[in-house]
Design a protein around this ligand. Structure first.
Ligand code: FAD
Length: 400
């Protein structure tokens, strides 16, 4: 039975009160703005505790099955929680690769054993997940991945290197794409998909520093690392299909994630409010006609994105180009976010060049950090150019 409007409203009020009461105080150290900048144990433990608390209150994985730690209720409830989280500006639920990609994948196509083994730990934040797809020479060209997985009795032996592994140094498990066969006619058919443990001899990680000065991802090396053969998901040779399904969750084309905020959300309204007192030549910069023109443009883009999200759920409004909205969302949203944050820097004039740690920087350098961080989403999960190719080929039917 679906929830009544009144039930949903009562639930919203309950969640709002909970968020108000439980939103943690400023911890006194820099918190990551997205799940891709968790740099040290202090941040990790803070975020782990927060995610666990949200789950224990029943506000995470609400639509996941009860027997695996979820709430077993309509996804509408989770949407309400997510909106309230945004409204109350609470910290992120950082275990995103588990919550948003590995978890939904296991829920959808995993065996009963896999569901029982992995799902609850994702929600409680006990088990952190990472993703081993990209390699130094094979990022966009993922189908060419060369990390080897060779069957040896009841185990697979892993050799090779992955890179840009978000939270690789903290993760207990990895969704791993590796080559089990080098002889296939199509390169894609030699790939297999593993739910691999990270804490085994022969798997080593080395953190990489980002443009923001923070860490957040690693190089990951496999040297004769042995993992149990039952870590294989599906059959050998099905890796490409399963990886593409994973990317659909990652790029937001499929719903079904467990909820929670993956990154700090700021809107153009927030930006206008926070930068309203910036002046240039004694006048508020927000009165500058060129700046106003740019702001209006950005507001239109932000609105278009929100309207597009609503439209995507209304079949008759999407018949001309089915799939166009979900398939183009990552491209539009990540570019819009980057554009908006750049605008926030421009509004600050010369002070936009300051950074975290400078005495004079506004809001501790929030916008500068946000701008640098915004490049992440235009690259991770497929670059904007690759996303544009996908829209061109799969939506508009253009030649390769
Ligand atoms: C913050 C962050 C976190 C990440 N986290 C993870 C993670 O957890 N796990 C993981 O596996 N990977 C992760 N990645 C890696 C990410 O998926 C890759 O960086 C991305 O797929 C691009 O691959 P590449 O870096 O090898 O660039 P390349 O593929 O070498 O691309 C270089 C340039 O060429 C362009 N290009 C390439 N091919 C085409 C084409 N066919 N048409 C047009 N232009 C093209 C690209 O757009 C880009 O501008 C992360 C990346 C970032 C930035």
């Amino acid at each position: 039975m679906s929830a009544s409007e009144q039930e949903l409203q009562e639930f919203r009020a309950e969640v709002s009160a909970w968020m108000q009461e439980n939103n943690p105080a400023d911890p006194g150290f820099l918190l990551p703005q997205t799940f891709m900048e968790v740099s040290d144990d202090q941040q990790l433990e803070f975020l782990r505790e927060w995610q666990h608390k949200v789950w224990a209150a029943g506000y995470l994985g609400m639509a996941w099955p009860r027997e695996y730690g979820g709430g077993g209720v309509d996804a509408k409830f989770q949407s309400i929680v997510d909106r309230e989280m945004r409204r109350h500006a609470v910290p992120i639920c950082f275990n995103v690769i588990g919550l948003g990609w590995a978890g939904p994948l296991i829920n959808d196509i995993g065996s009963e054993e896999e569901k029982a083994k992995y799902l609850k730990g994702i929600l409680t934040a006990e088990d952190i997940w990472c993703q081993g797809f990209s390699e130094p020479d094979n990022g966009s060209d993922l189908g060419n991945a060369q990390t080897r997985a060779v069957r040896d009795g009841d185990e697979y032996v892993l050799n090779g290197q992955k890179i840009w592994t978000t939270m690789g140094n903290f993760a207990k498990y990895m969704i791993l794409l590796a080559r089990t066969n080098t002889e296939t006619a199509r390169k894609y058919d030699g790939l297999s998909y593993f739910l691999s443990p990270m804490h085994v001899p022969g798997i080593d990680t080395r953190p990489i520093r980002k443009i923001t000065g923070e860490f957040g991802f690693t190089e990951t090396f496999f040297t004769d690392a042995r993992i149990p053969a039952d870590c294989l998901m599906g059959e050998e040779g099905q890796g490409w299909r399963i990886a593409m399904q994973t990317l659909q969750y990652e790029r937001g084309a499929e719903a079904g994630n467990a909820g929670g905020l993956a990154m700090v959300r700021v809107t153009i309204d927030d930006m206008i409010e926070q930068l309203a007192d910036v002046t240039r030549d004694g006048e508020p910069v927000l009165r500058d006609p060129i700046m106003r023109d740019q702001l209006v443009q950005a507001i239109m883009e932000e609105k278009a994105l929100a309207i597009g999200d609503k439209r995507a759920h209304i079949g008759p409004l999407t018949t001309d180009y089915p799939g166009s909205l979900p398939l183009s969302r990552k491209l539009r949203a990540s570019e819009m976010t980057r554009h908006m944050r750049k605008l926030a820097i421009n509004l600050q004039g010369a002070a936009g060049g300051l950074y975290v740690g400078d005495d004079e920087v506004r809001q501790g350098g929030f916008w500068q950090r946000a701008y640098f961080n915004s490049f992440s989403a235009t690259i991770g999960g497929g670059t904007s150019q690759v996303q544009a190719n996908i829209v061109g080929e799969h939506v508009l039917g253009l030649p390769k």
